[in-house]
Design a protein. Structure first.
Length: 610
């Protein structure tokens, strides 16, 4: 049988499970823009509708349908609260052995074909196997007088997660915390051998737990893929080539109907889409993005197109912020780096390049919330140190760490300058500045035990120009060190004037080493401010200086240059630079620093390949 004939057969059989009024739309979407396939399938369906005798099932007797007021065993239906393709959900009252409100899901009238009934029963069995606070629990089940199956489950009084975040005015960290809880619930399902396959905000309701905290709950396992490992056969209600679910949230392999490759990593992709939507207010790919509204076009984009990073989506300004009234630049900066990397890893086109489990995604979300390096971040010492400093802002720990960094930087700079120029005056004055800094850093000596590192810098920084107005060499070194320290504390506006002054002096000095060091620190600040074009120009200047002064340091700067292209979604420009840097590192002597830079290069190449 040809591939086209297989497709016609599969679409015909799938359409049989749908009500007659839903079949044309389903076939039009699933035919992938092939008018011949669409015409043939619709012709077969029309012929079946017109057929008589052995081609059709015997007419079923007319049986009453259930509705508000209907009593099913111990449950009285109150009002419909939701409806899907195959079932309708009612709010119901349970009378015994306890009085409580529950939800009852019934198969729709007319949807009781063998395939749909089996899927409905499988959903009930699937939910019954799972016991997790993040998944709606199943209590009971049965059959209506009309012969339709139903099951009774926990009533979730909540809002879809995206609506909840919007109406509650949640910030970025609160949204990430909610999705982290969803990941843990999905991980529980995966451990039970269940792949949801239709994760989307509408299927994640946020209710209030007993303690008042928000509790997201995953619902609607109607098209779940079950791969139970206890001797029961694996189950999927989807035929090869048939993509079921909501297309905008589907993994590439699911959108293409590649059931053989479909596993728990498809749910990880869907979680990445939901995270993207919570952070930006948009999905990575939407029909409304352009006029190519066909299903085939959207599937092609999901499979082949790289989405904008969340921070770039916010920076583009073509969408309202998920939190009305929030500062767009501050929101964008919060998404840059960690959350951009996490989302990109979850949305990788190939399953092997994604997080292996929902739990791994949850761990990186927790790392971000706790201020720890995320597993998909760059293997750079500066990134790890910055995370460490941000986590330890309390007085003693942060002060000791920062003071050691400042003292080391100042003394090393002073020693190098003194050696180069044999001017002991500079070294002496720098040591005096270090003494002043140490006195300022002692929280008990002057300001009391609540004296913070930021306060220490604020007190020390204004005295630089006053004390060293006649010695720009030492003043510039101190501006550079203090500016870098402000940057490590994420005080970017405070860091900028110090680094700008240090750069201006270094450029005027004519010393290539000092100029290069100042440029590198300046680039780091511009990168965190999101001023990527300025950062690229300054990094190009640093590269030219390095090529003339010390060619061995060029590879590291090239990798930083490639990373700027990654941040600007320019893989075609960044990849060759990263490859050239890796080739240079492969020719370099083996050393810890070289190995770290090789890892950095490989990480970048992996990001460009996503």
């Amino acid at each position: 049988m040809t591939r086209r004939a297989d497709l016609v057969r599969d679409l015909f059989q799938s359409a049989l499970d749908l009500p007659a009024n839903e079949r044309p739309g389903f076939v039009a979407d699933a035919a992938g823009g092939d008018p011949d396939v669409e015409r043939e399938v619709l012709g077969l369906l029309a012929a079946l509708d017109a057929a008589t005798g052995f081609l059709t099932e015997a007419p079923r007797p007319s049986l009453p349908s259930e509705g508000p007021g209907t009593v099913l065993d111990r449950y009285r239906l109150v009002a419909p609260i939701g409806e899907g393709g195959f079932g309708v959900v009612y709010r119901a009252e349970q009378e015994e052995p306890m009085r409580r409100e529950v939800a009852v899901k019934l198969l729709k009238p007319g949807m009781d074909s063998r395939a749909v009934t089996a899927r409905f029963e499988r959903e009930r069995q699937t939910l019954a196997r799972m016991q997790h606070p993040g998944i709606a629990a199943v209590f009971d089940g049965g059959t209506t007088p009309a012969g339709r199956p139903y099951f009774v489950m926990e009533l979730v009084e909540g809002l879809p997660i995206a609506q909840y975040c919007r109406e509650q005015g949640l910030g970025i960290s609160e949204r990430v915390e909610l999705l982290l809880q969803v990941c843990l619930a999905v991980q529980h399902a995966h451990q039970k051998g269940v792949v949801h396959r239709d994760l989307k905000p509408a299927n994640i309701l946020v209710a209030r737990a007993a303690d008042g905290a928000p509790q997201p709950k995953v619902i609607d396992f109607g098209i779940a893929k079950v791969t139970w490992g206890d001797g029961e056969p694996a189950f999927t209600a989807t035929r090869p080539g048939q993509a079921m679910g909501t297309l905008e949230y589907m993994a590439p392999e699911q959108a293409a109907g590649d059931i053989a490759q479909l596993d728990s990593r498809a749910d990880v992709y869907s979680l990445g889409v939901i995270l993207y939507e919570l952070l930006t207010g948009r999905r990575p790919f939407e029909r409304a993005d352009d006029d190519r509204s066909s299903t085939t076009s959207l599937v092609d984009r999901i499979r082949d197109e790289r989405p904008l990073r969340p921070s770039a989506r916010i920076a583009a300004g073509d969408t309202e912020l998920p939190l009305p009234g929030a500062d767009r630049q501050r929101w964008r900066r919060h998404l840059a780096e960690d959350l951009d990397w996490i989302v990109a890893h979850a949305l990788a086109k190939q399953p092997a390049h994604r997080y292996a489990t929902a739990d791994a995604l949850a761990m990186d979300l927790r790392n971000h919330l706790d201020g720890r390096p995320v597993s998909v971040g760059p293997p750079r010492l500066s990134y790890v140190v910055r995370k460490f400093v941000a986590r330890h802002r309390v007085i003693v720990g942060a002060a000791v760490l920062l003071v050691l960094s400042l003292v080391g930087g100042i003394v090393a700079t002073a020693a190098a300058l003194a050696k180069a120029r044999d001017e002991n005056g500079h070294k002496q004055r720098t040591l005096l500045a270090t003494r002043g800094l140490l006195l300022a850093a002692d929280p008990h000596a002057q300001k009391g035990p609540d004296y913070t590192v930021r306060q220490m810098l604020d007190d020390f920084a204004p005295s630089i120009d006053a004390q060293f107005h006649d010695d720009p060499q030492v003043a510039a070194s101190l501006h550079l060190t203090v500016g870098a320290s402000y940057r490590n504390l994420a005080q970017l506006s405070a860091a900028e004037p110090h680094l700008r002054r240090a750069l201006a002096w270094a450029q005027a000095s004519g010393d290539p080493l000092e100029h290069e060091v100042a440029l590198i620190e300046w680039v780091a600040l511009l990168r965190e401010l999101g001023r990527y074009d300025e950062a690229a120009r300054s990094l190009d200047d640093a590269l030219r200086l390095a090529e003339q002064r010390a060619p061995d340091s060029v590879a590291r700067l090239r990798l930083d240059r490639a990373d700027l292209h990654r941040l600007r979604s320019q893989p075609d420009l960044g990849e060759p630079i990263a490859r050239a840097a890796l080739a240079q590192l492969d020719r370099s002597p083996d050393a810890p620093q070289t190995r770290a830079q090789r890892a950095y290069a490989v990480d970048l190449l992996g990001a460009f390949a996503l």
